[in-house]
Design a protein around this ligand. Structure first.
Ligand code: ADP
Ligand code: ZN
Length: 844
């Protein structure tokens, strides 16, 4: 509903007669709204053609934001608020659009679909470095400084918590999030409110530059016309160091970055200057490449197997015909999926178009990046969050200017400026990392489908263990399934052996708590004897507050929701975090009657201790999130695996990701059941996917691999099929469960999380929102509301969390109820925050 004022405005252009123009702008604020601003005459004169996709600087609620001009006809169906009065645009940042109009429209559509604020969605497509800050740090006012100075008086006026907070802010202006982290136990939000009211603190406006500098490298080359050998024997006959350096420079085909030369030898600077003075070398500034790049051996082409040829055929066709067909490339690890991607990319390049390859987490997936690079060299831009804004911008510019034709990156690479897109590949499409869990909560798979459709290009979803959603779509014929059922070169899949811990226990009743069973121990011995490496995998995701029996592996579950119950120490009860069922903690195990039920929680550290004591001479390393945060640790573990300088690596899911280590002979899964008992309806799917992927790590080279899986439930449908690498049998069973219980893909599921510092406040708010939702659900409707219940992660960063689930197959009603929830949450106290996720992946 465009306000009449803007109707009939001529398209923007240099011949626009009006002195002032009205531009519609998306701002990176969590409001479901677009804003109209005046472009003052002084700016329109110098920027005659401000078009959609151009960045502008705009005053908004006391701060300056970077917004994006969007098409004037772009609007929100569901807008009900009156348009704010028009303010003036303060500056136009770009000479020409930096985001395509079609990308803006796709993002707007996606945002509407999942109820995300449109401005936050559009902000994803902005060039790196323009990310304007919505957070304004808290800073002391002059009065606050005085108060802090007069400590005695402050003691009278301020509470203890307020005092600590004020002191912290005095050190450095900080955001709410930073303060909450720094001062655990302090009710930060409430105290900030008090301090604001007393005029002791204020929120500062921080302006970040909208342009990051592109870092460059200084590249040294042989000067034109210089012959290295000749120079060495003449000019440099008496300068051996210079001659050696010149030789090195001459050998590098594309020149060498001076920083790589000076890094290894501090005298190089002087030598280079000397060479330049003699006119033997010249320098050039070039945008810097991906910093942590690995150089890969063997980018050579192989001839495709028959399976690969069959899979590539339809993809090749779709690229050529420019149709947006979707493919599921379903193949076991080592079946040659990556080679199919590479061939498809080659077809795209031949057609003069661009390709986008998404990987779940780029730091863990050097492998595929390295292979794409090995094949296509300089034509690849790598985008990931580990890059500094300037480096990111450099990559972004190379894509936009079409200097490079291939983008590889994590999910955010979807929004890279690729105007001639010919193919999108999503590798390991089942991975949870493809879901964005904040602000604009998109799923890369769905976003990619929209983008591919718009670009008329095919989309390949690759996996050995596809998500239930994707596999089911293939069954419905919405996605074409291409399968690679065998490993390349007839290499066998690893032998998977499932160890029944209950039986082991019975055989050895006096044994200590079962961490390493006898079969696993002897398998490790064998690997050590044969000089092979072992990976011991412990799924430690989540938290250890589930009741679990170490005798039989039984865990308590909710009958209605079929998810694990969570133990709450505060009231000594078990609780379903979906429907809020409460149950007493059983006296003894409901599975086997053993009196000693226990809380779950074997940590990787504990496992490491055990391994060291059983195998004292083995070289052991550990890789999990805790140690991974140490700089360089992940790389050093991965290198040790590759160089075979470690015998046993103990790790969490980090070791499961797509690495390829020929020396790994044994993979041991220490507690396969742990993941099954997360309060998540996808627990079985996750477990199967993770373990299949872990198993795929073993024996990829010529040595046969071996996998040992320890479990109390060897017959569980998510574990038993691992032995035969039988995804299909797992899928059949799981899809039936989903249908029976009404979970995706058979129904929509919306998750609403409310959080606040005060538990009573958030509980009350959750109930208010639930009432608003229920009032929209007529009797007999095919939508149900579960909860409110405490979220599985009940307290996070000092805030209590409650959760509502909305579930059902009446799409229209789901949308109406979601809208009612959002409307109700707008009426809540400002200290309560609500997050609605229309397609949740993370259920904790
Ligand atoms: P996936 O991506 O399915 O795990 P890859 O593409 O990595 O499989 O292939 C596994 C291994 O087989 C790699 O080392 C790869 O170089 C090799 N490979 C792939 N296709 C062929 C082929 N047609 N001929 C020979 N080797 C191949
Ligand atoms: Zn329940």
């Amino acid at each position: 509903m465009t306000a009449p004022l803007f109707d009939g405005l001529p398209p923007l252009g240099p011949d626009d007669a009006a002195d002032e123009r009205i531009l519609r702008v998306a701002l990176p604020v969590p409001l479901d709204q677009l804003f109209d601003y005046r472009l003052p005459a002084r700016l329109s004169a110098s920027n005659p053609s401000v078009r959609p996709g151009t960045r502008v600087r705009i005053p908004f609620a006391g701060q300056l934001l970077v917004g994006l001009v969007v098409p004037n006809d772009l609007m929100l169906e569901e807008r009900d608020e009156p348009r704010p009065p028009l303010a003036e645009i303060q500056a136009v940042i770009d000479q020409e659009p930096v985001v395509s109009e079609s990308m803006i429209r796709i993002l707007a559509e996606a945002a509407r679909e999942i109820f995300a604020p449109i401005g936050l969605a559009v902000a994803h497509a902005l060039p790196p470095g323009s990310s304007p800050r919505t957070a304004r740090p808290y800073a002391l006012t002059p009065r606050g400084e005085r108060t802090l100075g007069h400590a005695a008086r402050a003691g009278n006026a301020l509470g203890e918590q307020e005092g600590r907070l004020l002191a912290k802010i005095a050190e450095k202006p900080s955001t709410l999030a930073a303060l909450s982290r720094a001062l655990p136990g302090v009710r930060v939000e409430k105290c900030l409110g008090n301090l604001m009211q007393d005029g002791l603190i204020e929120r500062r406006v921080q302006i970040r530059s909208a342009r990051a500098r592109i870092p460059t490298d200084r590249i040294v080359h042989l000067a034109p016309g210089i012959e290295c050998e000749e120079a060495k024997t003449t000019t440099l006959a008496r300068a051996a160091s210079q001659a050696a350096l010149l030789q090195k420079i001459a050998e590098a085909e594309h020149g060498i970055a001076t920083r790589t030369l000076t890094a290894s030898d501090s005298r190089v600077g002087a030598l280079l200057r000397a060479l330049a003075k003699r006119g033997l070398v010249v320098f050039e500034e070039r945008p810097r490449l991906f910093a942590t790049e690995t150089i890969l051996d063997g980018g050579g082409e192989v001839s495709l197997t028959d399976d690969q040829t069959d899979a590539l055929g339809p993809i090749h066709d779709a690229i050529k015909r420019q149709v947006s067909e979707r493919f599921l490339l379903h193949g076991v690890t080592g079946s040659g999926k990556t080679e199919v991607y590479l061939r498809a990319i080659a077809v795209v390049l031949e057609a003069g178009r661009q390709a986008l390859v998404l990987v779940p987490e780029i730091t863990l997936t050097h492998q595929i990046v390295a292979r794409v690079r090995a094949r296509f060299g300089d034509q690849v831009a790598v985008l990931h969050s580990g890059l500094k804004p300037g480096e990111r911008l450099a990559q972004w510019e190379r894509l936009r200017s079409r200097q490079t034709a291939i983008a590889v990156g994590a999910r955010s690479a979807l929004f890279a400026p690729l105007d001639a897109l010919g193919l999108i590949v999503i590798d390991e499409e089942h991975d949870g990392a493809y879901k964005n869990d904040e602000g604009f909560r998109y799923h890369a798979r769905e976003m990619a489908a929209l983008i591919a459709k718009q670009a008329h290009c095919p989309l390949i979803l690759g996996s050995a263990t596809p998500s239930l959603e994707t596999r089911h779509s293939a069954e419905l014929g919405q996605i074409r399934r291409l399968s690679l059922p065998r490993r390349v070169g007839g290499r066998p899949l690893p032998a998977v052996e499932i160890v029944d811990l209950a039986k082991e226990k019975a055989r050895n009743p006096r044994g200590r708590k079962m961490i390493l069973s006898k079969p696993l121990r002897s398998a490790i011995h064998q690997a050590l004897d044969q000089g092979g490496q072992t990976i011991l995998f412990l799924n430690r995701r989540g938290f250890s507050t589930r009741i679990y029996c170490f005798q039989c592996g039984h865990a308590e579950r909710c009958d209605d929701c079929d998810v694990a119950l969570v133990y709450h120490a505060a009231d000594y009860q078990l609780r379903c975090h979906y429907c809020d069922l409460v149950r007493a903690v059983p006296e003894s195990c409901n599975g086997c009657g053993d009196p000693e039920t226990a809380l779950l929680g074997v940590g990787t550290e504990r496992l490491e201790e055990e391994v060291r004591s059983v195998f004292p001479t083995a070289r052991t390393m550990r890789l999990d999130r805790d140690v991974a945060s140490r700089r360089g640790h992940t790389e050093s573990v991965l290198r040790a695996l590759k160089d075979e300088t470690v015998d046993i690596v103990i790790g969490t899911q980090m070791v499961a990701k797509g690495h390829d280590f020929p020396g790994v002979q044994l993979v041991g899964v220490v507690a396969a059941d742990l993941g099954l008992h997360l309060p998540d309806f996808r627990a079985a799917e996750r477990t199967f996917q993770l373990l299949a992927q872990v198993a795929g790590r073993a024996g990829r080279a010529d040595r046969p691999g071996r996998v040992v899986v320890q479990t109390f439930v060897p017959d569980h449908y998510a574990l038993a099929p691992l032995a035969t690498h039988d995804y299909e049998s797992f899928y059949r069973e799981e899809i039936e469960h989903r249908e029976t219980l009404g979970y995706p893909p058979f129904a929509g599921l919306t998750r609403v999380v409310l959080h606040a510092e005060e538990i009573d406040q958030v509980r009350e708010a959750a109930e208010t929102v639930a009432r608003a939702a229920r009032s929209q659900i007529p009797d007999g409707a095919r939508v149900e509301l579960l909860g409110p219940a405490p979220a599985p992660l009940t307290k996070l960063r000092g805030r209590y969390r409650f959760m509502l689930l909305l579930k059902g197959d009446d799409e229209a009603l789901l949308r109406r109820v979601s809208q009612a929830i959002l409307a109700a949450s707008k009426q809540l106290p400002r200290t309560v925050q609500t997050a609605l996720d229309a397609r949740p992946v993370n259920m904790l």
